[in-house]
Design a protein around this ligand. Structure first.
Ligand code: CTP
Ligand code: CA
Length: 226
């Protein structure tokens, strides 16, 4: 009932959310990925939809059912995500990049399964394109760009550096070492970092965290309009 009664304060807004990990193939059998569950991104997409937004969810491989009334674009690799995001980014009012995009991919993808040998082996990696940095460099002034940041040390300093370097309006930072925060669980402990302040949130469900993030984004957008 609470969900049906949600205030439609995002009516008329186009919101793009990315979620989940990416997978970077080594050969037809193996890939490189990370522990992202997609829960935070899916919670954001659902919350934005309930608040009346026109939501697109670009999602890496996840095992969660996507929320209804959301355009879902499934992707696998960082390159796929780059293409899917940049295809629709220009028309978005708000972009929230909750996905844990691979920073590196194998330089060479083998067509056949790589067989083991009696010696050590190494895989050469190439950097992926930073999607969020690209969006920051090609943004319109009205657009709101929110990144996520996953750190295990110097969370505020490192996350604030991302805010500047990628030309973002906000970074939702989490410290993987804090209990109840991070990739797999149903809760998060976030700090919302903007140009003006750092707001530390209590431990809360990812659903509640999603709504607090959307509240903060809307309040900054309203301030700007004045
Ligand atoms: N991101 C992205 N494209 C990449 C890498 C990251 O769009 N190739 C985005 C993520 O979706 C996230 C933000 O950048 O919103 C920060 O990701 P994070 O991994 O915390 O930071 P990085 O800038 O990748 O730096 P590092 O991993 O070294 O901390
Ligand atoms: Ca990274």
């Amino acid at each position: 009932l609470r969900e049906i009664a949600a205030e439609k304060d995002l009516e008329g807004k186009k919101v793009l959310v990315t979620a989940g990990p990416t997978q970077e193939s080594i050969d037809p059998v193996r890939y490189i990925t990370n522990h992202s569950s997609g829960k935070m991104g899916y919670a954001l997409a659902k919350a934005a939809m309930l608040r009346g937004a026109d939501v697109t969810l670009v999602s890496g491989p996840c095992s969660i059912t996507p929320p209804p009334f959301v355009k879902v674009v499934p992707v696998v690799t960082a390159k796929d995500m780059f293409d899917a995001v940049t295809f629709v980014s220009a028309e978005q009012d708000i972009i929230i990049k909750a996905a844990a995009v691979a920073d590196y991919r194998p330089k060479q993808v083998f067509d056949e399964k790589v067989k083991k040998q009696d010696k050590e082996m190494s895989i050469e990696l190439k950097k992926t394109d930073d999607i969020l940095k690209y969006l920051g460099e090609h943004r319109t002034p009205q657009q709101f760009l929110c990144g996520f940041s996953m750190e295990t040390q110097n969370m505020i300093g490192n996350s604030r550096a991302k805010l500047g370097k990628k030309h973002l309006d906000m970074v939702a930072a989490n410290n993987l070492k804090v209990a109840g925060a991070g990739f797999q669980g149903d809760t998060n402990v976030l700090t919302l970092i903007t140009q003006d302040e750092d707001v530390s949130l209590q431990l809360m469900s990812k659903e509640d965290a999603a709504n607090v993030i959307l509240d903060k984004i809307l309040s900054i957008m309203k301030e700007r309009e004045q």
